[in-house]
Design a binder for this molecule. Structure first.
Ligand code: ATP
Length: 140
């Protein structure tokens, strides 16, 4: 059995990340989930947050990926993350994320003024996506 993980992040637009790694840390609704080689098989939901990947080909280098929720599966040292969208730190368009953040904040204020629960929920999720992208971009 190999001593490293094969990590991939898949979205409807294709594979956004693929590397061999020593360790993956992702955030689930129950907290951080750390995956090392030989981890037991698992399927877990992810929150809108950052995923950290410690690659085997660089001493202490960590890749950061902003994931828009999704699902993580581990099986036979293969870690697969499937999400509606995901971006590596270096691929994040920061001005776009800042625009999305401002737009979401405006929509939240409007939704609160109109007691629009559905719009409030949508805009709050959009705000989390934007903040997550901004945070992850700072690791670049
Ligand atoms: P926006 O309002 O800026 O489109 P969004 O949160 O609605 O943001 P999503 O629906 O999550 O965007 O993603 C749509 C596509 O655009 C996905 O492929 C996603 O990876 C990409 N994307 C969204 N925001 C950014 C960003 N700031 N930088 C790079 N790619 C982004």
């Amino acid at each position: 059995m190999s001593h490293f993980l094969e990590v991939s992040v898949v979205t409807p637009n294709g594979i956004v990340y693929e590397h061999h790694a020593n360790k993956v840390v992702a955030r689930t609704p129950d907290g951080d989930l750390g995956i090392l080689p030989r981890h037991a098989p698992i399927i877990a939901p992810l929150t809108i947050d950052e995923v950290r990947v410690k690659r085997i080909d660089s001493d202490e280098h960590v890749d950061w990926i902003a994931v828009n929720g999704g699902i993580l599966e581990v099986r036979d040292n293969v870690v697969t993350i499937i999400a509606d969208s995901a971006e590596r730190e270096r691929d994040i368009d920061v001005p776009r994320a800042e625009r999305a953040k401002r737009r979401a904040e405006e929509l939240i204020a409007e939704a609160k003024a109109h007691d629009d629960v559905d719009e409030l929920r949508r805009a709050t999720v959009a705000l989390h996506r934007a903040i997550n992208r901004i945070n992850v971009s700072k690791h670049y």
